[in-house]
Write a protein that binds this ligand. Structure first.
Ligand code: SF4
Length: 80
């Protein structure tokens, strides 16, 4: 899987621990870095496809990604 896009993310020069916060304040700080990141959509897709359940990816928290995945599963069920 191509992960070269990670080098172009706004977090490339930030300490990795910033994106694995231990509380909601830390999540918001990390999400602010993601806001204008040109890799945001790709980063979110990567996290969702790989079921990454820790940290902030693509401007989303763990909880937000769980919601997105749940919503996608429900829409598949409804469309059957
Ligand atoms: S969206 Fe956030 S976590 Fe993803 S590459 Fe950009 S800055 Fe990094």
């Amino acid at each position: 899987m191509d992960t070269n896009w990670m080098n172009e993310g706004h977090c490339a020069d930030s300490p990795p621990e910033l994106f694995f916060p231990s509380d909601g304040v830390g999540v918001e700080v990390a999400k602010k870095v993601c806001v204008a990141c040109p890799m945001q959509a790709r980063c979110l897709d990567y996290a969702l496809e790989n079921r990454i359940d820790h940290g902030v990816w693509g401007g989303t928290s763990e909880r937000q990604r769980r919601r997105i995945l749940r919503s996608r599963r429900l829409s598949v069920i409804v469309s059957r």
